[in-house]
Design a protein around this ligand. Structure first.
Ligand SMILES: C[C@H](O)[C@H](O)[C@H]1CNC2=NC(N)=NC(=O)C2=N1
Length: 96
């Protein structure tokens, strides 16, 4: 399925709205590292995100070590950033 990519101005507005997130060097993804008190807190967050991901049919790329969760959001079906990544990043902020 093809999904529309964000325009440059939509992408810039998203980055302004979400200061904790950074554009990956290739411009095709946004990234953020979350740090929690311990593994249990990190895992709880990942659980909330996982439930959202299944409902939205949109899935994060992530890497977890103990209390750290490194997240990359991109839309494979768009070969870059889409509104789905924006929605997921906003949702993650509410799951903290
Ligand atoms: C078949 C299924 O709907 C697609 O593969 C979905 C699943 N989750 C996805 N997640 C992400 N991040 N990008 C996608 O393009 C994507 N596509």
């Amino acid at each position: 399925m093809t999904v529309a990519r964000l325009t440059d101005s939509e992408r810039d507005a998203l980055l302004a709205e979400l200061p904790e997130w950074q554009l990956r060097e290739d411009g095709l993804a946004i990234v953020r590292t979350f740090r929690f008190a311990d593994f249990s807190e990190a895992w709880g967050f990942m659980n909330r995100v996982a439930l959202y991901a299944e409902k939205a049919d949109h899935h994060p790329e992530w890497f977890n070590v103990y209390n750290r969760v490194e997240v990359t959001l991109t839309t494979h079906d768009a070969d870059g950033l889409s509104a789905r990544d924006a929605a997921m990043a906003r949702a993650m902020e509410t799951f903290l």
